[in-house]
Design a protein around this ligand. Sequence first.
Ligand code: NDP
Length: 541
Amino acid sequence: MATRITQAEMSATQAEATREVVSYDPATGEEVGRVPLFATEDVARAVARARAAQKGWGALGFRERARVLMRARAFVLEEMDEIARLIARESGKPAAEAIAMEIVPTLDLMQFFARKTARLLRPERIDIGLYRFLGRTSTVEYRPLGVVAVISPWNFPWAIPLGEVVMALMAGNAVVLKPSELTPFVALKIGEVLARAGLPAGALEIVTGDGSTGAALTEAGVDKIMFTGSVATGRRVAEAAARKLIPVVLELGGKDPMIVFEDADLEAASSAAVWGAFANSGQACASVERCYVHERVADDFTARVVEKVLALRQAVGTEEGADLGAMSSERQLRTVEEHLREAVARGACVLTGGGRARGLPEGGAFHEPTVLTGVDHSMTIMREETFGPALPVMTFRDEDEAVRLANDSPFGLTASVWTRDIRRGRRVASEIEAGTVMVNEVLYTHGIAQTPWGGVKQSGLGRTHGRLGLLELVAPHHVHVNRLAFLGDVWWFNYTPGAASLFHSLARRFATGSLLQALLLSPQMLRRLRERKGQSSGRKK
Ligand code: NDP
């Protein structure tokens, strides 16, 4: 059934947009509905409305803001099944998985940031070393940035934007959210739930549209851009942000390795590989995209993986019992086909899957979960993000080779290491170039609100989630107080010979940070203070 959003469901600005974007169910090809396509002027008006609303919202205390978010959380809990069905329809993923991977983590994130943001952003007294003996103190307060733009992808259309919106709002910002053109209705549901919970009009503006809408938002004078998406678009967003000199957080792609050592629990590791590679049809930035297994256990591990993949049920995401749904778009499915075709042409061996899934709705973007061996790093499937249900498995001989293979990638989002020896796990983890390395786990730490999320190399810049993520959404405001202003500072004018000599001593003693060394300077400091007093009383006469 097609949906056309009503005037009541749109923000005032949305009603102004004249062109439309159509959202389709990728499992059936049916139209889900139509939303306005925001042009440049519409986006500018949304940003202006957000800026006007931010003043009042930012002036509320943490407790008031938390109250709104906890009310919204209660609505999400009540309407969980309806929301999960909407996510399944727009993205193709199973509704049960939408609950597990999108709704549960955001319910947790909402309570965490509602309850803890005040503490996480408490003003801090800074240890300023020897300067405190000169009667000074420094504190840092964390202030809202103003208007934060959130630009989000289609693969986790609820969890990614809602998480960033909640954190930005709790920090006192207003938000303008640009969802993917593939999943606008999920984003509008976020807006609706927050509005019903009492979020003031304008504090969250949702600008639906396509890439042109996202580009317009980067030019619209926001104070920060939180972008999640591909490397290519991320680079364009960073260029636009650089022209405007606004900060940006980029959560980009991944090609995440999983290393399975010979002492790993193979039963657990094989189940984790199957889930890590095929959850959301492999369309997660932290999906297991490369699996490296010690040669001694490779056959056993691979046989277990294949057996588990064969037991997966692929169906329309809204059907009960579906493990895998459709991919989110035909375009994404074609990327998977291309990577597989090239790998097979170069000698890879398909153990299971390998093509479009049959017996499912005609026109649906279903691809079978596919396990490959005989792969190497010359193949695109081991180098570029496939972002689909493909699990290439390669063997290694020793720890050094495993680390070298894992790090041989332009990406560095997450990685996982499987071993019963936790010390070895930590040692290998410390050598892997990634934002997050899990020992005996895969994929899921985006779901932990307390831990930082973000990558190195081409996987991005900055962090979301946890305190580090919250700090991306505030401006540190440093206040420095001098309680001994009547003394004046020894480094002020005039630069007499006595002053110059003291500066040399400061370099040698004060700048060591040692109190003892600084105390040795006392006579020279006192002489300089007397000299300065003399200079100023001389000027008065
Ligand atoms: P895209 O980069 O295509 O799009 C991301 C968002 O940017 C969408 O809302 C898109 O709008 C918008 N956009 C497109 N062009 C522009 C532009 N010129 N200026 C500003 N915004 C623009 O990514 P996908 O949606 O295809 O998402 C998949 C990618 O996201 C993968 O590479 C994946 O790894 C990455 N990702 C990273 C995560 C992380 O945490 N590191 C998490 C999830 C995904 P529209 O869709 O309407 O074109």
